[in-house]
Design a protein. Structure first.
Length: 253
């Protein structure tokens, strides 16, 4: 395929998958249970954080997280006492356990004492063209009361991680797709500066199409594929996540 043909193909596939029906089988359904901005971003961060492995398991365990927080994540984060935190005991999703869950709640509690929204911690500076440094600024604030154990659940682009889950979380919060999928509730960050949530599916499809040469799914690969996707649509490059993921996960491209 020529580059112009790949562009047209991905445009078509993005429109095919970026629609409301996508929500039903994706972890993004978890924050879609809420209407308040803070509830949405907390539910989204938690769901995105455990988004690896089998999607049915991810969704089931993310729903368990919400149930343990009495389906009021912002109230729980800002008001929970030591006794309340016991409701998180026994939670586990792969290597993310109740210790990590409690650490997330406590860190979020401290953040919301100083900020109205998590958006303030992810702001991308004018001279930055992707979320690399913003993600690390967020990590530094979130992990201020250091938990070496929990830090592995928030990957770092500075350490060359693709940071798939945090890039996915940013896509959810920033893109306003008018299709009932991504929320667009963060307006201080431009969709033009978002990076692809690079994973096995998106990486493999991109390589088969010839728009990604790097073999490792790391931050260098993210920046390589970003440059191509921005040439396709400079204002909304990560809309092609729907196409690349859908082709790999649903069409076995």
């Amino acid at each position: 395929m020529k580059l112009i043909e790949i562009h047209s193909f991905l445009e078509t596939k993005s429109k095919q998958f970026n629609r409301e029906s996508f929500v039903e089988h994706d972890p993004i359904q978890i924050p879609h249970q809420f209407g308040m901005k803070q509830d949405i971003e907390i539910a989204a961060l938690l769901a995105a954080t455990i988004a690896w492995g089998n999607r049915k398991s991810i969704i089931r365990n993310a729903k368990d997280m919400m149930q343990r927080m009495d389906y009021a994540p912002y109230d729980f984060v800002t008001q929970a006492n030591t006794a309340d935190l016991k409701t998180l005991n026994g939670f586990v999703h792969r290597t993310f356990n109740d210790f990590d869950f409690k650490f997330f709640v406590q860190s979020l509690h401290q953040i919301y004492q100083k900020h109205e929204s998590l958006e303030d911690l992810f702001l991308i500076h004018e001279n930055e063209n992707n979320p690399k440094f913003a993600i690390d600024r967020f990590r530094n604030e979130f992990l201020r009361n250091q938990s070496i154990r929990t830090s592995k659940h928030l990957s770092s682009p500075a350490k060359n991680s693709a940071s798939k889950r945090l890039n996915m979380f940013l896509r959810w919060m920033v893109r306003n797709d008018n299709q009932g999928v991504d929320f667009g509730i963060w307006t201080k960050i431009s969709p033009s500066k978002l990076s692809l949530p690079l994973d096995v599916h998106t990486g493999n499809v991109a390589r088969k199409l010839g728009i990604l040469e790097r073999k490792q799914n790391d931050w260098r690969a993210v920046e390589e594929i970003d440059s191509v996707l921005r040439s396709f649509d400079a204002k909304d490059p990560v809309k092609y996540d729907f196409a690349l993921f859908g082709l790999g996960a649903h069409e076995n491209f």
